[in-house]
Write a protein that binds this ligand. Structure first.
Ligand code: NDP
Length: 603
C-alpha cells in the first residue's frame, strides 16, 4: 500500500492496475469508431443550424482571389488576421456556420466555458486590448471575442457564411485552385488554407432505435433553446415540466448537466464511462492584475503553460490550475533512469486519480451513485474535466445517474431509453456524444481535393498522409493545412493553431513577394519530416494516447491504429519543440524543402 500525498488514503498500485484493466476490457468493442453515426442521411436533421434564420440566400460569386481560407473558427480567423497583417488582402473565408467562431459558434449549450484559462486560450488579447472577465470565460464571451476579432481585422467583408466547399481542383494552367461551393460560388484561388477544425463533425452513438424516438432530441452542439427556453446563461424555463435524458458524460456533459439539473423536472444521466472531475475554482479577473500586465504578457503566459503541461521545467507557474497540477513532472526529475521516471510518473498518476475519486466520495451523498461516478483510468485517458457543481448535481432529488457499467445505452424506444432492460421515459433526449476526432482526414473534410493530374487527396492518402511539417503535401501545390496530421497537439489547442496560422500566412506572403506561383514540398523534404517524427517517437514520445486506456477518441476507441492512422502521427518532441522547428525554418528564410514555380513560365 502506498500512502497518498496528503496522507488521507492509501492505495495498492497492483489493485488499481488490475481494476483499470478490468474497466478497460469491459468497454472494448469490436466496432471501435464504427459504433458512431455521423449527422447525415437519416440523421441529417441533427446537423441543422438552429442559430440562423432559415431561408438565407445570396447571389453566387465568381472571383479570382489570392487566398481562400476554409473555416471561420480560431484557426481560419488567425490565418486571416496574419494575412491582413502581412498585407495580403485578397482573400475569402468560407464558413458553414452563420458567423465566425467555429467551436464557439456551434457549442452554445448551457454552461459551456473554456476549460483552459481564458487569458491563454482566447487569442489576440493584446492586439484587441480585451481582457476576459473570468479566469475561465463562458461561451458567449468567447463567441463575442471571435466577433470582435472579425470586426477589428475587417474579416466580415471577406466572409461567406452558411457556405460549404463542394469541390477543389488544381488547375495547372492558371496555377490556381478552382473551388466550388454549396452556394454556387466559383472561386479561383492562388492558395487555399484549410482550417477545418478537429472537432467540427458531431457524432451520434449508434444505439438501436435512435430514429424511432418520438420526443424531442438534439446534439449538444446544436442546442435547441427554442425547445428548452432560456439561454446559455439563463434558466431553461420550458423544461420545468419535462423529463430530460442526456447520453454521455464527457467534458461537454459535465458542463451542461448542472444546468439541466437546475431547470428540468427530472434528469436522467446515461453514463458509459465517468469523467474525472477536478476542482475548477473559477474567479473574476483581478483588475489590478490586468492593469499590471506588460506588453508581451500573453505570449509569455501561453508558452509558460505549454512548457509546464509538456513536462518541461519553468521558474514559475503563471496559470497555476488543475492542468498544471495534473502535468507537474517535478517528481520524475529525481529519477536515475527512464524506467524509474516511468514508475514515478505512474505512481503520481494513481495518486492524482485517487484524489479525484476521493473528491467524488466527499461530495456525492448516495454511496452507490458516488461509486459509479469514480473514474478508473489514468488521468489523460479521457479529457480531464474541472467543475465545481457537476458532482453536487447528483445530490439533487430530480437528477438520477443511470450507470450502464461500461456497456452503453441498450436501446432507444419511441418514448425513452432502455438500460439493463429498464425503460426510462423522457420527453427530451440530449446527445452529449462528442465529435469525430480520429478517423480519415479527407473523409472528415466533407469534400474532395483534386491536385496535380486530378489526383484525389483521398486516394493519395489512402495508406496515410505524406506532408512537410504537416502543412503542405506534394502533388497539392499551394494547399496549406492546419490540422493534427503530422504536426503537433497542445492542451491549449489555440496555441498550436495560432502558430500554424502564422506559418501558413508566412508561406503565402513570401510566395506573393517572391513571385512564386506554386509551391509544394519535395519528396525528400516529406521523407525527412516523417523521419523526424519517427525519431521523436523513438525518443520517448508517443503517438497515440494510452494503449492501456479505456477506449475513447484519445486512443482510437481502443482499436489498433491502421497504417493510415499511424502515418498521421504528429511530432512527439513536444508542442514547443514543433513550434521551434517551424520558427527556425522561417528564420532560415530560404523556403528550403519546397519546390517553387515562379510566374512568367506558364505553359
Ligand atoms: P466526448 O467524446 O468526450 O464524450 C462523449 C460521451 O458520450 C462519452 O461520455 C461517451 O462514453 C458517451 N457515449 C458514447 N456512446 C455512448 C453510448 N452508446 N451510450 C452511452 N454513452 C455513450 O465528447 P464531448 O462533447 O463531451 O467532448 C469532446 C471534446 O470537446 C472534449 O474532449 C474536449 O476536448 C472538448 N471540449 C472542450 C471544452 C472546453 O471547455 N474547452 C468543453 C467541452 C468539450 P465513453 O466515455 O464511454 O466513450
Amino acid at each position: 500500500m502506498i500512502a497518498s500525498k496528503k496522507g488521507e488514503a492509501s492505495f495498492s498500485p497492483e489493485a488499481l492496475r488490475e481494476k483499470y484493466r478490468l474497466e478497460r476490457e469491459k468497454r472494448l468493442r469490436a466496432d471501435g469508431n464504427a459504433q458512431y453515426r455521423d449527422l447525415s442521411g437519416l440523421y441529417a436533421d441533427f446537423d441543422k443550424d438552429p442559430y440562423v434564420e432559415p431561408g438565407f440566400t445570396r447571389p453566387a460569386l465568381t472571383e479570382q482571389i489570392d487566398v481562400l481560407v476554409v473555416g471561420g473558427g480560431f484557426g481560419g480567423m488567425l490565418a486571416a488576421v496574419r494575412l491582413r497583417q502581412a498585407g495580403v488582402h485578397s482573400f475569402r473565408i468560407i464558413e458553414k456556420g452563420g458567423d465566425f467562431g467555429g467551436t464557439w459558434y456551434w457549442n452554445r449549450y448551457p454552461g459551456a466555458a473554456c476549460d483552459v484559462e481564458s487569458y491563454i486560450y482566447m487569442p489576440l488579447l493584446e492586439e484587441t486590448g480585451y481582457i476576459p472577465t473570468e479566469k475561465y470565460a463562458k461561451a458567449p464571451e468567447i463567441f463575442a471575442h471571435c466577433q470582435r476579432i472579425g470586426r477589428q481585422f475587417d474579416l466580415y467583408k471577406a466572409a461567406l457564411f452558411q457556405t460549404q466547399v463542394e469541390q477543389m481542383d488544381w488547375d495547372e494552367n492558371t496555377r490556381r485552385w478552382n473551388v466550388t461551393s454549396s452556394r454556387g460560388d466559383k472561386l479561383a484561388a492562388r492558395f487555399v488554407v484549410i482550417a477545418g477544425g478537429i472537432m467540427h463533425k458531431a457524432k451520434l452513438p449508434g444505439i438501436p432505435g435512435i430514429e424511432t424516438f418520438k420526443g424531442h432530441s438534439f446534439h449538444t452542439s446544436r442546442w435547441d433553446y427554442g425547445y428548452t427556453g432560456g439561454g446559455p446563461t439563463s434558466p431553461m424555463t420550458r423544461l420545468a415540466d419535462k423529463r430530460v435524458g442526456i447520453i454521455g458524460t464527457g467534458a461537454t456533459a459535465v458542463q451542461a448537466i448542472p444546468h439541466l439539473g437546475a431547470s428540468a423536472k427530472q434528469v436522467y444521466v446515461f453514463q458509459r464511462t465517468p469523467s474525472g472531475v477536478g476542482v475548477r475554482a473559477n474567479q473574476p479577473t483581478d483588475e489590478a492584475w490586468a492593469k499590471s500586465l506588460k506588453p508581451g504578457w500573453q505570449e509569455e503566459r501561453i508558452r509558460n503553460f505549454t512548457a509546464l503541461v509538456s513536462g518541461l521545467q519553468a521558474d514559475v507557474d503563471l496559470v497555476r490550475d488543475g492542468w498544471t497540477y495534473l502535468f507537474d513532472a517535478s517528481e520524475t526529475r529525481r529519477a536515475k533512469s527512464p524506467e524509474e521516471a516511468a514508475e514515478i510518473h505512474q505512481m503520481a498518476n494513481y495518486r492524482k486519480m485517487e484524489e479525484v475519486r476521493a473528491r467524488v466520495a466527499s461530495i456525492v451523498k448516495d454511496p452507490v451513485t458516488a461509486e459509479s461516478l469514480k473514474p478508473y483510468y489514468d488521468p489523460l485517458c479521457k479529457r480531464p474535466c474541472f467543475h465545481d457543481e457537476y458532482l453536487n448535481t447528483f445530490n439533487r432529488p430530480n437528477v438520477q445517474l443511470v450507470d450502464t457499467d461500461g456497456k452503453g445505452v441498450e436501446r432507444i424506444t419511441p418514448t425513452g431509453v432502455v438500460v439493463n432492460g429498464k425503460e426510462y421515459e423522457v420527453d427530451c433526449l440530449v446527445y452529449a456524444s462528442g465529435f469525430e476526432v480520429t478517423g480519415d482526414y479527407t473523409r472528415k473534410l466533407g469534400f474532395d481535393i483534386r491536385g496535380r493530374g486530378g489526383k484525389s487527396l483521398r486516394d493519395a492518402w489512402a495508406n496515410g498522409p505524406s506532408t512537410f511539417h504537416g502543412m503542405t503535401s506534394r502533388g497539392y501545390p499551394n494547399l496549406l493545412m492546419i490540422s493534427l496530421i503530422q504536426s503537433s497537439w497542445a492542451i491549449n489547442f489555440v496555441h498550436i493553431l495560432s502558430e500554424q496560422a502564422r506559418h501558413a500566412a508566412y508561406l503565402i506572403e513570401q510566395s506573393l513577394k517572391r513571385g512564386v506561383e506554386a509551391l509544394e514540398p519535395t519528396e525528400q523534404a516529406q521523407e525527412q519530416w516523417w523521419a523526424t517524427i519517427m525519431a521523436s517517437l523513438q525518443q520517448g514520445g508517443h503517438a497515440f494516447g494510452g494503449a492501456e486506456c479505456t477506449p475513447g477518441y484519445i486512443n482510437n476507441e481502443g482499436a489498433k491504429p491502421d497504417l493510415s492512422l499511424i502515418r498521421s502521427a504528429g511530432f512527439a518532441g513536444g508542442t514547443l519543440g514543433f513550434i521551434d522547428i517551424l520558427r527556425k525554418w522561417r528564420d532560415g528564410g530560404e523556403l528550403s524543402g519546397l519546390e517553387l514555380t515562379r510566374g512568367g513560365n506558364n505553359p
